[in-house]
Design a protein around this ligand. Structure first.
Ligand code: ADP
Ligand code: MG
Length: 314
């Protein structure tokens, strides 16, 4: 008798809390057919690191890094942070291994003295950033941003980029005054539990999908590592909710897991929206659940709990 009471009290508490917090999200979770994952910061750790920087013009590598870091300094994108970190370490660590002490602590102060002044900065959602430096137009972003501004990517650089992308890295391209200058390769490791969770969802009969603004080749390479076959890449921020709605058309129940500002419309459109704890506040507000441990295993826990709870109530 005590076990039965404990169980039903626990079940009632869960049911009550979910009804109170997030409408019928817990009830809907039992019927989920699709779990749509954002890539960056959701399947991956969101700790991007630059692994390569290569100049394809006559520019000095140090000057190139200063230029890119200056352009990215006003961006809040995780990729921008990686670029600044790399440039900072290149300039202040590479040559001075013995004088590292205190520099990390004074990073902001050091950066503010060393970065170039920018004008007319703007973020181009899903593509990159643009600004003016020394009166010259600077573009930092993906292939689309560079080519739609009429800049030609030399074949040698294109080959280098394809190679990076095939290895699951995101390429960041840089143009200065209408000319292509160089590029950087960025890696963002998968979360430790990502592949196990994808496998677990398949076992529950749930179809996993990857949804990202990143390019096709990188997305496919990451999807392969994590075990997802259904990939939707190069989706502009505004298009993410449309993907969710298109999956719902045949009556399917869709869960969306995301962390960024660009995921919030999709989180709101989904039957079950799950925001990564530590993600953007806007994403958290749009979601039904918050994965407070920032652990994807809780996606499975939610579906499992819902199935158990509602089969018991019935
Ligand atoms: P995701 O859906 O993976 O979170 P986003 O929609 O934020 O991706 O961005 C899509 C792509 O646009 C990135 O993979 C990158 O190539 C480019 N991009 C966006 N912001 C920046 C930036 N600040 N610097 C360089 N590239 C960027
Ligand atoms: Mg993201």
């Amino acid at each position: 008798v005590p076990i039965v009471i404990t169980l039903s009290v626990a079940t009632f508490c869960v049911w009550f809390l979910c009804g109170w917090l997030g409408g019928d999200a817990l009830e809907r979770a039992q019927n989920v057919n699709y779990v749509v994952f954002d890539k960056t910061g959701t399947l991956t750790q969101g700790k991007a690191v630059v692994t390569t920087a290569k100049v394809f013009s006559g520019m000095d590598l140090g000057d190139f890094l200063t230029l890119v870091a200056s352009a990215e300094a006003s961006s809040e994108h995780p990729l921008a942070k990686a670029v600044l970190d790399y440039a900072f370490h290149f300039h202040f660590f590479g040559k001075l291994p013995s004088s590292k002490d205190g520099i990390e602590q004074r990073k902001d102060e050091v950066l503010s003295k060393w970065l170039l002044e920018t004008e007319d900065f703007s973020a181009v959602p899903g593509k990159g950033v643009q600004c003016s430096i020394n009166g010259k137009h600077v573009l930092v972003g993906n292939r689309t941003l560079i080519t739609e501004n009429g800049v030609t990517i030399p074949p040698e650089a294109e080959r280098f980029l394809v190679d990076l992308e095939s290895n699951a890295k995101t390429g960041i391209l840089v143009a200065y005054d209408g000319d292509f200058v160089g590029l950087m390769g960025i890696t963002d490791p998968l979360k430790r539990e990502a592949a196990v969770v994808v496998e677990g969802l398949k076992k529950l009969g749930v179809h996993p999908v990857m949804l990202t603004g990143d390019n096709w080749r990188t997305a496919q390479a990451v999807a392969k590592e994590v075990g997802i076959e259904d990939v939707r890449a190069e989706v502009m921020p505004a298009g993410k909710a449309d993907v969710v709605r298109s999956l719902q058309k045949d009556g399917s129940v869709v869960a969306m897991v995301g962390d960024g500002i660009n995921d919030s419309p999709a989180l709101a459109a989904a039957d079950v929206g799950m925001a990564i704890g530590g993600g953007t506040d806007i994403a958290i507000e749009a979601a039904d659940y918050v994965l407070v441990r920032n652990n994807l295993e809780d996606v499975i826990t939610a579906i499992d709990l819902s199935r158990k709870t509602f089969s018991r109530i019935r």
